[in-house]
Design a protein around this ligand. Structure first.
Ligand code: NAI
Length: 547
């Protein structure tokens, strides 16, 4: 029974006659012996019987906790269909309902009251060897805010993609939730809430808890890749800054987002033919994502030869207070980097200097690239898009706010208002848009294109640190693998079903970059590639020895 209860070892009806005899399984399984292919057919049938997304999510999670090989084979065979169910957008519901759909333990819960025994908790991990940890404190889950302990759904989902796309062995991944309480009233009032019933720990106590956690990870699992996920804005960057030089770590919301947007922009520029160093960029929304994206694009411009200060001047950020300029007193440090002197803004400012609008900015700057990370639905309206398209032959427009209800524009409108000239990627998924006799594919700019591949490169390449340079390399490789290299009418990003292959290319490039900068032991490129390929696990049943 232990074998049948162990998701990493279980083969279910695929245990052979010989295995059943040797392992004492006769009688515990129905007499038919099946192949993995046959099991996939049955599992897919069961999946199709579910009528709601949350039910599909629960089914897949239960399968994952019963038989991991079957779970990943099913996912591999139906990648386009099932990725959104194990991860965004459906995982959001999985987190909200976490305590109501909870069945079996997966990952580690580290509650604040047990802060003095974190190392001990880490020794309770289900498998001894760990390549990658994804950790959250549940404070800013996707666009749905504080979910407390329910946030664990995100590390579980992300690690599923590490395995599905990056090929990291499932028994070498570890999801963790740091349960520091929740300020979500509904969760605190819910009699079924499973987390620590307490308001969020903040300030110095919080910082010390994080420090205790990091110290325990370094002692117990040195060299393991640690990915921070969905922390609140007040903690995300300080944690990254505090630990990025002390261990193998990164923050996907900050670094992963920047890289996937850069990769998609570079792919779009393959269509427009205008190099990155000649772009004028307007970003609507100067929050965590907006500033992070500006930082990454700017680094890539500098890498391509632009002077640091010239590159900075190419960016115009607009937020609630209007365009970002030096006379504003409401700017945060990281926003101030992009503050233009008022004299540069004045020529196109028609209204109050405290609120120079997006429309005025687009008119004045004539951007080649317009990115939305504002959560303001419909902000890219018809006059704005027509104005931009008047000055640019192929305007690149990315409404990236999620979910769909927050999108700055719908792709069909963007095509209509630009006479089909706009080059588009979105944050949320959209079906291909029929436009004047052709189907225009719409790329969804999602972090899944980068983090599993980067992780594969870091793990197989035995890197000791994760650097911004590795993210730039990942982004550039992603663009080189984009269908637009061969076909300007193709989608800006690879097909989901092609992602395992693309992940190998990104991983090799990331591994070489780590070696180039002295962050990984040197190998030949061929040896590195062999290691990457050998690391990438494919779901198949083991044959138990001697049977
Ligand atoms: P945030 O809250 O840190 O930033 C939002 C920004 O938009 C702020 O600068 C705010 O001033 C501005 N804003 C809000 N309302 C405005 C208004 N009425 N007029 C002008 N500016 C306004 O949020 P964050 O984390 O930066 O995320 C923003 C959006 O980007 C979200 O919808 C998120 O889902 C999406 N996103 C998409 C990603 C992707 O496509 N891969 C990755 C990361 C975020």
């Amino acid at each position: 029974m232990d074998l049948l209860d162990s998701p990493c070892l279980n083969k279910g009806t695929a245990f052979t006659d010989g295995e059943r005899t040797a392992l004492g399984l006769h009688g515990l399984l129905p007499p038919q012996v099946e192949t993995l292919d046959q099991q996939v057919v049955r599992a897919y049938e069961a999946y199709r019987r579910k009528t709601e997304d949350l039910e599909r999510h629960i089914y897949l999670r239960a399968l994952q906790d019963t038989n991991e090989v079957l779970f990943y084979r099913l996912l591999l065979d139906h990648m386009e269909e099932m990725t959104p169910v194990v991860y965004t957008p459906v995982v959001a519901q999985g987190c909200q309902e976490f305590c109501h759909i909870y069945r079996r333990p997966r990952g580690l819960f580290i509650p604040y009251p047990l802060r003095d025994s974190i190392r001990q908790l880490l020794t309770h991990r289900p498998h001894p060897e760990v390549d990658v940890i994804v950790v959250t404190d549940g404070e800013r889950i996707l666009g749905i805010g504080d979910q407390g302990v329910g946030g664990l759904g995100i590390p579980i989902g992300k690690l599923s993609l590490y395995t599905l796309i990056g090929g990291i062995r499932p028994d070498r991944t570890l999801p963790i939730v740091l349960d520091v309480g929740t300020d979500n009233e509904a969760r605190l009032r819910d009699p079924e809430y499973l987390g620590w019933r307490h308001e969020r720990v903040r300030g110095q106590d919080y910082d010390e808890f994080i420090e205790q956690f990091v110290r325990a990870v370094r002692e117990e699992l040195p060299g393991t890749l640690l990915q921070w996920e969905d922390f609140g804005i007040a903690h995300a960057r300080p944690i990254l800054d505090a630990y990025r030089d002390r261990l193998l770590t990164f923050n996907d919301d900050i670094q992963g987002t920047g890289a996937v947007v850069l990769g998609t922009v570079l792919s779009a520029l393959q269509v427009t033919g205008v190099p990155l160093t000649e772009q004028r960029v307007v970003i609507f929304g100067a929050g965590a994502a907006g500033v992070g994206v500006a930082d990454t694009l700017r680094s890539a411009m500098v890498q391509d030869g632009l002077d640091e200060s010239v590159a900075r001047e190419r960016f115009w950020l607009v937020n609630r207070g209007g365009v970002v300029h030096a006379d504003r007193s409401d700017l945060r440090e990281e926003q101030r980097t992009y503050a233009h002197p008022w004299e540069s803004v004045a020529p196109f400012a028609r209204s109050d200097r405290h609120r120079v609008t997006l429309a005025e900015t687009v008119e004045g700057v004539r951007p080649t690239l317009l990115i939305g990370l504002s959560t303001v639905p419909g902000a890219f309206d018809e006059p704005l898009v027509r104005e931009m398209a008047r000055h640019v032959e192929r305007p690149v427009i990315f409404p990236l706010s999620n979910p769909t209800t927050k999108s700055e524009a719908a792709p069909d409108d963007l095509l209509e208002w630009s006479d089909g000239r706009a080059v588009i990627a979105t944050g949320s998924p959209y079906a291909p848009v029929p436009f004047r006799g052709r189907e225009v594919p719409i790329a969804q700019c999602n972090n899944v294109y980068v983090f599993p591949a980067l992780g594969l490169g870091v793990i197989a390449g035995r890197a000791r640190r994760v650097t911004d340079g590795m993210f730039l390399t990942a982004a550039r490789t992603l663009a080189e693998e984009s269908p637009t290299v061969r076909d300007p009418n193709g989608p800006l990003l690879p097909l989901i079903s092609d992602l395992r292959r693309v992940a190998v290319e990104i991983a090799v490039a990331v591994g070489l970059e780590a070696q180039r900068t002295g962050h990984a032991p040197l190998t030949s490129p061929e040896e590195l590639r062999q290691r990457v390929v050998a690391t990438q696990w494919t779901p198949a049943y083991p044959v138990y020895a001697g049977m």
